[in-house]
Design a protein around this ligand. Structure first.
Ligand code: MG
Length: 380
């Protein structure tokens, strides 16, 4: 099959019905397919998303190698951070990124943020990626339902993005698809407006021509309000039939995640406590440390280190604030959402004071985590 000029893939990206410009970026250059949803407002979002996509394109592998693709996403992340530091775009700008390499029936995905990858087959739909968002965390914890997450006031707060943290890691997935399956990458302008079963039905009805399908998805998002930029990439999977039906997406961390590092640290710490008998030193160390995290949407400070290690908790409540994480600048909010460790309780309290004054003055240099003009549609 000749990719160029053929109709095995299609893209569509548009402004929607509410926003005044399009901060999304899409790319379809087989074998690479990408959707990026820029954040930061005042046109910085589109700088971040287009810069990230261009950098990814330069670094992406030509084979479905998820780890290599994740390294390319990290290169894009560094580029967005560097650009903001050098005055291109704005400080605090960022972007989501969902990237796929397709070869035959093999799909490799690297993913950060709340854009999504799906696999569609005969009217069924399977979500391949997990959102990095506050509401997705709440759904996973069982605090709210999937349906409630669609109308939650913090539904646009994302917990991981390119442009905020030099040490950011992308989730990676490797998928064995079947010939005829359709890969869909989409920004939340589609998935926030149109529910998964409706997406599946629209694609099933229109997939003879993927360009028609892409437009039909955007039309459905606009019919539901078009509250955000809508971006869609569709690619039909060819290749030899796999032995299995749809294998579950294998999630593999491309690099040790913060949580993995913490878990390893925890076990080492427990081992040290028991075997070496340096419990007191460990306790002293933990007590000298502090961290900020988000609980029920507000900043909470603890003395100690986060997590529990082999059943031992080494943290003590310091202060529960009334500062809403959603009101903080994007980089700060994301960092606190994932737990921000600092060297002392004094440092933690000083940071709280700083955030409090930032929230109160609401300086324009610190755009909100995600500028979100979407209103809650017709809440009863
Ligand atoms: Mg969006």
């Amino acid at each position: 099959m000749s990719p160029r000029g053929a109709t095995w893939y299609a893209t569509h990206s548009e402004i929607g019905r509410v926003r005044d410009h399009n901060e999304d970026a899409v790319l379809a250059e087989p074998p690479l397919f990408v959707v990026a949803d820029g954040l930061g407002g005042h046109e910085a979002g589109e700088v971040a998303s287009s810069l990230a996509v261009a950098t990814l394109r330069d670094h992406a592998p030509r084979r479905p190698d998820a780890k290599a693709l994740a390294r390319a996403v990290r290169a894009a992340n560094r580029e967005v951070i560097r650009a903001a530091r050098e005055g291109i775009g704005r400080q605090g700008m960022g972007t989501t990124m969902t990237a796929a390499i397709v070869e035959g029936s093999r799909i490799a995905i690297a993913h950060v943020g709340d854009s999504r990858a799906y696999l569609l087959r005969d009217g069924t739909i399977r979500r391949l990626t997990e959102d990095h968002s506050m509401v997705a965390d709440m759904v996973r914890r069982g605090t709210i339902t999937e349906e409630e997450s669609r109308y939650h006031p913090n539904r646009s707060v994302i917990t991981r993005a390119l442009g905020t943290d030099a040490n950011m890691v992308a989730d990676t997935y490797e998928v064995d698809a079947e010939p005829g399956d359709i890969l869909l990458l989409a920004s939340d302008g589609l998935t926030g407006m149109v529910e998964d079963p409706d997406i599946a039905a629209i694609v099933a009805r229109t997939s003879d021509d993927l360009q028609v399908a892409a437009k039909a998805l955007a039309e459905a998002a606009n019919a539901a309000g078009g509250h955000d930029n809508i971006s869609v990439v569709l690619a039909r999977i060819s290749g030899t039939p796999g032995k299995n039906s749809v294998a579950p997406a294998k999630k593999s961390a491309s690099l040790p995640s913060g949580r993995t590092v913490l878990a390893v640290f925890g076990w080492l710490l427990a081992f040290a406590l028991i075997v070496a008998g340096i419990g007191y030193a460990t306790y002293r160390y933990a007590y000298s440390q502090a961290y900020l995290t988000a609980e029920n949407g507000v900043i909470v400070a603890y003395r100690g280190v986060p997590g529990s290690f082999a059943g031992i908790t080494l943290s003590w409540p310091l202060e529960t604030t009334d500062i809403q994480v959603s009101e903080l600048p994007m980089a700060t909010g994301a960092r606190i959402q994932e737990t921000l460790r600092v060297g002392s309780a004094e440092e933690a309290l000083a940071l709280i004071e700083q955030y409090r004054s930032e929230v109160q003055t609401d300086t324009p240099l610190n755009p909100p985590v995600v500028p979100d003009p979407r209103s809650v549609p017709n809440q009863p």
